[in-house]
Design a protein around this ligand. Sequence first.
Ligand SMILES: Nc1nc2c(ncn2[C@@H]2O[C@H](COP(=O)(O)OP(=O)(O)OP(=O)(O)O)[C@@H](O)[C@H]2O)c(=O)[nH]1
Ligand SMILES: [Mg+2]
Length: 484
Amino acid sequence: MSRSRRPAQDPAHDADDAADEPAHDDPAARRDRHVPQATARPAERALLAAWLEQKDERALRDDPLEELAALADTAGCEVLEQRTVQRRDRPDGATLLGKGTVERLGQLVKDERAQVVIFDNDLAPAQRRNLEKALETKVIDRTELILDIFAQHARTTQARLQVELAQLEYSLPRLRGLWTHLDTGVGRRAAGEKQIEVDKRLVRTRIQEIRRELEQVRARKERQVAGRAAYTVAIVGYTNAGKSTLMNRLTEAGVYVADQLFATLDTRTKPWTVGPNRVVLLSDTVGFIRHLPHHLVESFHATLEEVVTADLLLHVIDASDPDALAHVEAVREVLGQLGASDKPELIALNKVDRVAEPELLPYLERRLLRTLRVSARTGEGIEALRAAVNEQAAAREGRWSISLDVREGAAIAWLDGRAEVLARTLDGERLRYDARLSEQVLAGLHSKVRDRAGLEVTPLPPLPMPEGVTTPVVAPPPEPAPVR
Ligand SMILES: Nc1nc2c(ncn2[C@@H]2O[C@H](COP(=O)(O)OP(=O)(O)OP(=O)(O)O)[C@@H](O)[C@H]2O)c(=O)[nH]1
Ligand SMILES: [Mg+2]
């Protein structure tokens, strides 16, 4: 399971995370080391299986495991068509699926010559062992599959460390099964047990080591982010929603874009001019997914620093996906885990160029607050999005009346270049401005004037906040989704 389908080199790999690489490193060697090696192994033939809760609506779909299939495909598997889905109140404690279903799946494995069975659920270590025994083939669960994709796509030292940490945390309680072969035969039990203890100690030591390294990265990143004297906007959203495409459209960042899940695993930040004299910093980062393994969310804290500290979240939704609302919920769940739930949010309903059902967009607009229709591909709606972000950023700035001597050339150039000038009048030897500007620009003005005593700054009365500056929630009244 490790056929990487990414290009061998990604020239657009992250500016920020790349800055975390050791400075003495040779860039060419570094690139080689960080590019996941595509193996010559042929794609593994994979069968998909799942236990679904009774209420899970996916069971009504043509392919209830469509997303799992996309994940398996991204991981490099040859996904076989047959699906094994069991819908019942509770999963089986020993094998997740009931006995008869496991037997049928075992037969399917033989008939289809499957090399791996991938479950959409998370499996307890014992469930997985029991299933491997019953199915006589390799079994992996949803978390492992996602970790595998992350490992393939990790390109920077930081991303690699974060994935390794998540993998180690995941494997720690599962080490037991690896050494059971030592326990066969009378009197051999102790050998396996001892080896497990040794392994656990090694893994824990490595976990501590990585945690220390990542903490240093995170602290450095925190200082870097805190030092940015600008309004910051973080693009967030479900994986494959079009976040990087939108980033490229808005800032010409040249970020890697692909029709696959978790194409982006790092963070890139670029200036974006949203209005006259108003530049915000826009960040694109890793996408989220339903049941994103919590080890990953924890270990990717350094990469997600921009989301945690952003002034505004630009939540990108693939509006052409019938599961869009479920995706919104999944994204909000991860934002909650990150402690970023209460941030102001704008919703970009992306991919409007490919929305087939006419009902879908009004449906989403009724259910979500403060939405804008856009297409990162065609550019539709981009101007309105820019204006909305400009409005939000402006609302955070103060409105000031400023008066200074006309001979203060440097200070005047500073204001003309960085403030939103609402009015500018000459009054004898004094120049008066009504202007909107950030605290940073105001601080800069104070440092630019030669005669501080001659500078007069008084606040103008505040304007009401623009409508919709809020954290939207899914509106309560239930309404059936338009069916595909
Ligand atoms: N039709 C259409 N396709 C789009 C649009 N925006 C993005 N796409 C396509 O959607 C796919 C995913 O785009 P990305 O920009 O890589 O998505 P992402 O959200 O960054 O995905 P991850 O980094 O994997 O989480 C690509 O094939 C894009 O070309 C759009 O507005 N319309
Ligand atoms: Mg991306």
